[in-house]
Design a protein around this ligand. Structure first.
Ligand SMILES: *Cc1c(COP(=O)(O)O)cnc(C)c1O
Length: 376
């Protein structure tokens, strides 16, 4: 029986119920459930928080990626460079636009796209780079943006795991041509269903986004191009407006808990994640993902024994993107060795703002015991 899950959404709901319920009821009573004033206010508040001119609410983080790529002009025949290590939605979004995903390996010890490999990945047809701020760690955006500028590429950031993280003092999502966010319930800012957001300061991308999420119709009943039906609904927008003022506090709490794990795990034979990537970054620990030396079967065994002890630990992600069957033809085994190593050894411990320090002590002491047992 799992006593401490990897994330526990009920604990947060109980702290917010009194504020969330009337906000939802106001939407229900208003009769305005799609778009309307609540969505508009939500988009304005998120744009202000993230430091961008425009924010456009959509159905999900996956749709945010697909629509942002399309709004940036990416489509059939184009290529987009992305990281081998992410949730599969990242590469799937590229494929879904009709473009081809080109995978580059991660920087050892950081789980983020290695900018030094961009040059080798560049070929004819590459139009954009799609970096992912994985686990809440900002990527090396100076290196990525410099390379993009040199080669006339657009940069679309996957910020699904990193809302509130900063690089050089600026929020992720404001550093490229467009930023893509997910409000999936477990994300650092989650709603109570699916939801997503695209940020941009480009008027051209903004205008395209407004049409794309609405059947390609900016004018009523006049379809200028083929679009989607992809909007953030008013109930979810109302939930997000209640939650946004708490986000910085929750992120700070995640950082405190990550630092506490680091202290508790000193001397334990695991590879600890970095607390910070560089002096430029403020990371927001969507996951606390350490590595278990010894390879995949050892990691899976430790994970199973932790579950038996009552603690849910999960591998983010056990299959690198390029190793998914849909890319098997174009990407041979082990073409991104650092991502493969991460996929085989990564294990995330429970981390969410309401987790208690005393629970972390229990989790780490179980992990120590499991690692000390003889195995063969
Ligand atoms: C969650 C996530 C997505 C997809 O978001 P959904 O809202 O679930 O569609 C995309 N990329 C990354 C890195 C994610 O973690």
């Amino acid at each position: 029986m799992i006593r401490i899950p990897i994330t526990d959404l009920r604990r947060q709901y109980h702290t917010l119920a009194e504020a969330v319920r009337p906000a939802i009821e106001d939407v229900l009573a208003s009769g305005w459930y799609i778009k309307g004033p609540v969505l508009q206010a939500c988009e304005q508040e998120l744009a202000a928080y993230l430091g961008v001119k425009y924010a456009v609410g959509v159905n999900s983080g996956t749709d945010a990626l697909i629509l942002a790529l399309k709004a940036a002009g990416i489509g059939a025949g184009d290529k987009v460079i992305t990281t081998a290590m992410s949730f599969t939605a990242t590469a799937e979004a590229i494929t879904r636009t009709g473009a081809e995903a080109l995978f580059v390996d991660i920087l050892p010890g950081s789980d983020s796209l290695n900018p030094n490999l961009l040059e080798a990945a560049l070929k004819k047809g590459v139009k954009a780079i799609l970096p992912v701020h994985l686990h809440g760690y900002p990527c090396d955006m100076d290196a990525i943006n410099t390379f993009a500028q040199q080669h006339g590429l657009q940069v679309i950031e996957d910020c699904a795991q990193a809302i509130g993280a900063t690089y050089g003092g600026a929020k992720v999502g404001s550093l490229g041509d467009a930023g893509c966010f997910s409000f999936f319930p477990t994300k650092n800012l989650g709603c109570y269903g699916d939801g997503g957001l695209v940020t941009t300061s480009s008027e051209a991308i903004y205008t395209q986004m407004l049409g794309l999420r609405e059947h390609g119709m900016l004018r009523k009943n006049i379809q200028d191009y083929t679009g989607f039906n992809s909007r953030l609904d008013a109930v979810q927008a109302a939930v997000l407006r209640v939650k946004l003022p708490y986000l910085d506090g929750w992120n700070a709490r995640r950082r405190t808990l990550a630092a506490h794990y680091q202290t508790l795990l000193a001397g334990v034979p695991v590879d600890l994640p970095p607390l910070e990537i560089s002096a430029q970054t403020y990371s927001v620990f969507h996951h606390y993902a350490l590595r278990i030396p010894g390879g995949r079967s050892r990691r899976d065994q430790v994970m199973a024994e932790m579950a038996q002890a009552g603690f849910e630990c999960l591998p983010y992600y056990p299959v690198a993107q390029h190793r998914q069957a849909v890319y098997a033809d174009s990407w041979p085994d082990n073409s991104c060795p650092e991502a493969e190593l991460a996929a085989a050894t990564t294990l995330a411990l429970p981390l969410f703002p309401e987790l208690l320090e005393s629970e972390q002590v229990e989790i780490v002491s179980a992990l120590k015991q499991i690692l000390e047992q003889k195995h063969g």
